[in-house]
Design a protein around this ligand. Structure first.
Ligand code: NAD
Length: 323
């Protein structure tokens, strides 16, 4: 199988590329390196007979439309994943998420490419009425980023119906692990490296969310390929991909401080709203119902949210101190 990975130099995309190469697939990576890095693609670089990289911006037609590669499957990950920044700069979020997804879909239509797996987000649910939140819960984002993911989902599913494209949408919880360059753990470590005395936490620390380790994430993304076979046409699947438990931001701060061996750090909480959110558009409570993916794909997470946080702090500290 020939597989194109958009955003393949990023955190999740590069781990996915590594795994696809290990499985023996032929991989083509497209990335503009806006947040990704070629350093993440050393396995791909060393296997240039089976792995190619094109550095270009998917917003431009000449990035995708003239490549001499027609994949069987596209993992579409390229995006601007910064939820907080999408409040200040909706245009960038629109361009990097909706416009880029549209370009990918047009490429598929024109080249007759039949299979796509899209990394959507738990943020499409907004402040969920029901927790754990299942896939049939109403979509009501409270951030521009979440709205862009929801719009991209609708566009992908419409292409599925009109052009008989098979689509799998994965609504990801918070994904954490080595190579991540955004999110709460990365922020805490960097703040504490600058000032180990005080840790400023956005929000009241009581935000409670589910965190999934990168290895568990990649396993599920890889298993998703099995849904595509010669006989399926116009497949439309949506799966939540998260953990079975959750953890507060306060607990994460305490884990990071402990793992960095900083006993006396003072934690200061900075709620942005009266109900303790960290920024406009911050979903305070997020726990996805993952029964569907467990039942249909036979996947289940190995690490709990807490174990994933501890492993990630160790991963990131190792990366930071080795560079
Ligand atoms: P990331 O920023 O590390 O990866 C995104 C990659 O896309 C980067 O390598 C970036 O350079 C590339 N990119 C962005 N705009 C591009 C463009 N116009 N043209 C070409 N390349 C472009 O982020 P990530 O955490 O690896 O996220 C991967 C996907 O998973 C994204 O779609 C994100 O929205 C989604 N997701 C991530 C999380 C999470 O917790 N990390 C949660 C939910 C959903």
């Amino acid at each position: 199988m020939r597989i194109l990975v958009t955003g393949g130099a990023g955190f999740i995309g590069s781990h996915l590329t590594d795994r696809l190469l290990d499985r023996g697939f032929d991989v083509y990576v497209i990335d503009n390196l806006s947040s990704g890095s070629i350093k993440n693609l050393s396995k791909c670089v060393s296997q240039s007979n089976r792995c190619r990289i094109k550095i270009c911006d998917l917003k431009n037609d000449d990035c995708l439309f003239n490549i001499d590669y027609t994949p069987d499957l596209i993992y579409h990950l390229a995006a601007n994943p910064d939820v907080r920044a999408s409040y200040q700069d909706p245009q960038t979020s629109f361009n990097e998420n909706i416009l880029v997804t549209f370009k990918v879909l047009e490429f598929m239509r024109k080249r007759n490419i039949k299979n796509i797996i899209f990394t959507s987000s738990s943020t499409v649910y907004g402040d969920a009425i029901k927790i754990p939140t299942s896939e049939d819960h109403p979509i009501k984002p409270i951030s521009i980023y979440g709205a862009c993911k929801a719009a991209s989902e609708i566009m992908i599913q419409t292409y599925s119906r009109l052009y008989k494209i098979n689509s799998v949408i994965l609504r990801l919880a918070n994904i954490i692990g080595s190579r991540s360059t955004h999110g709460v753990i990365y922020d805490f470590i960097n703040k504490l490296r600058k000032n180990p005395e005080v840790l400023e936490v956005l929000g009241d620390g009581m935000q409670k969310k589910s965190y999934l380790y990168i290895d568990d994430t990649i396993k599920a993304m890889e298993m998703t390929i099995d849904l595509f076979n010669e006989d399926v046409e116009g497949l439309e699947k949506v799966y939540n991909l998260g953990n079975e438990d959750w953890i507060t931001v306060k607990e994460i701060a305490e884990i990071v401080i402990k793992e960095m061996n900083l006993g006396d750090t003072k934690i200061i909480y900075k709620p942005y709203t009266s109900d303790g959110r960290g920024w406009p558009g911050d979903v305070k409570f997020m726990l996805l119902d993952i029964e569907k993916i467990k039942k249909e794909l036979g996947w289940r997470p190995e690490k709990s949210s807490r174990e994933a946080v501890i492993a990630t702090v160790k991963d990131l500290l190792k990366e930071l101190f080795n560079t």
